[in-house]
Design a protein around this ligand. Structure first.
Ligand SMILES: C[S@@+](CC[C@H](N)C(=O)[O-])C[C@H]1O[C@@H](n2cnc3c(N)ncnc32)[C@H](O)[C@@H]1O
Length: 303
């Protein structure tokens, strides 16, 4: 077995032990020391939890916020075969208006900026439904955009009605806290090896999360409607962090960020408001990820 393929083991934490891995945030808790929450999942509201963390402590932040897909309140059926489309119709994705969505994003980005080190970077991922709004808010808050990275999905969900293009991309905005930020981490050799073309352009082609990697609930349905692929987080982490860095994901879902961070020997802090997802993270961490560091679109061994 190649060195890179060896099973990575959780060294510092016992992820099987729910009581130490998950911290349930309580109103009366005023602040968290980094040692208390390092390599932990905090079950709570990101807006409250972030205020309890010390400032300028994170090396990198990854945010996969609600998409605000604004889908109609009815079942979407595939046109010819009449099967139901499993879209994102979760309550957490619903907002009464664009204004309320913008307020959510702005608050989150403000809180996150406070905890970023001066040379930390921030990634935010979204689809066309919200990425333009997010980009504007980021710039208004003083973030300095380094790149947008286009994720081209090699297995997108087709546009069943054929009334517009199949939407096969998501955009990641990669930014620093402000335009004067210096010495942020960019592993250009790795970036070259995964971006298209010789210079490693800002286009990543890789599939949606599927097969064994996709977490299922007790009825065999997708446990989370927007679980991100391990390969995507691997690229984010390997281009913009070093071993031992501290990575924050304030809206963690199934915990993909921390799961990959741990396999790559980065530390993490994850926050998730929904106990169902937090429990899924515990379950996921019981089987540590084996990850290849090569550049192929690998099939990760998630047993
Ligand atoms: C797009 S999903 C993240 C998916 C994740 N990247 C993954 O790979 O599974 C957004 C998540 O934000 C969580 N969320 C929404 N509002 C939150 C809040 N105020 N605090 C913490 N988590 C929140 C939702 O429960 C949802 O799981």
């Amino acid at each position: 077995m190649k060195e890179a393929e060896k099973q990575s083991k959780p060294e510092k934490e016992d992820f099987n032990d729910k009581t130490t891995f998950i911290i349930e945030d309580k109103k009366e808790k005023q602040s968290y020391s980094l040692d208390e929450v390092r390599n932990k999942v905090i079950l709570g509201d990101a807006f409250e939890v972030l205020q309890k963390l010390e400032e300028k402590c994170m090396d990198m932040v990854f945010i996969d916020p609600p998409y605000f897909l604004q889908l109609p309140n009815k079942e979407l059926k595939r046109w010819k075969v009449k099967t139901v489309v499993e879209g994102v119709d979760d309550t957490w994705d619903k907002f009464p208006s664009f204004q309320e969505y913008d307020n959510f994003v702005e608050r989150l980005l403000r809180e996150v900026k406070r905890v970023m080190k001066p040379n930390a970077t921030l990634w935010v991922i979204a689809t066309y439904h919200s990425i333009f709004r997010i980009g504007k808010i980021m710039q208004d808050l003083g973030y300095w955009i380094l790149n947008d990275v286009i994720w081209v999905k090699s297995n997108p969900m087709p546009n069943w009605l054929g009334v517009r293009f199949t939407n096969a991309t998501e955009t990641l905005i990669w930014a620093v806290r402000d335009r004067n930020a210096k010495k942020y981490t960019f592993n250009r050799e790795y970036a070259k090896s995964v971006g298209i073309g010789k210079v490693g352009a800002n286009v990543w082609v890789l599939p949606l999360c599927w097969g064994k990697e996709r977490l299922k609930d007790e009825n065999g349905k997708k446990l989370h409607s927007t679980q991100k692929p391990i390969e995507l987080l691997k690229r984010v982490l390997l281009t913009s962090t070093k071993e031992g860095d501290l990575v924050l994901d304030p809206v963690a879902g199934t915990g993909t960020t921390g799961y990959v961070a741990q396999a790559l020997k980065r530390d993490f802090i994850m926050i998730e408001i929904n106990p169902k997802y937090a429990n899924a993270i515990i379950h996921r961490f019981k089987k540590p990820l084996r990850i290849n560091r090569d550049t192929s679109i690998s099939r990760h061994n998630v047993e």
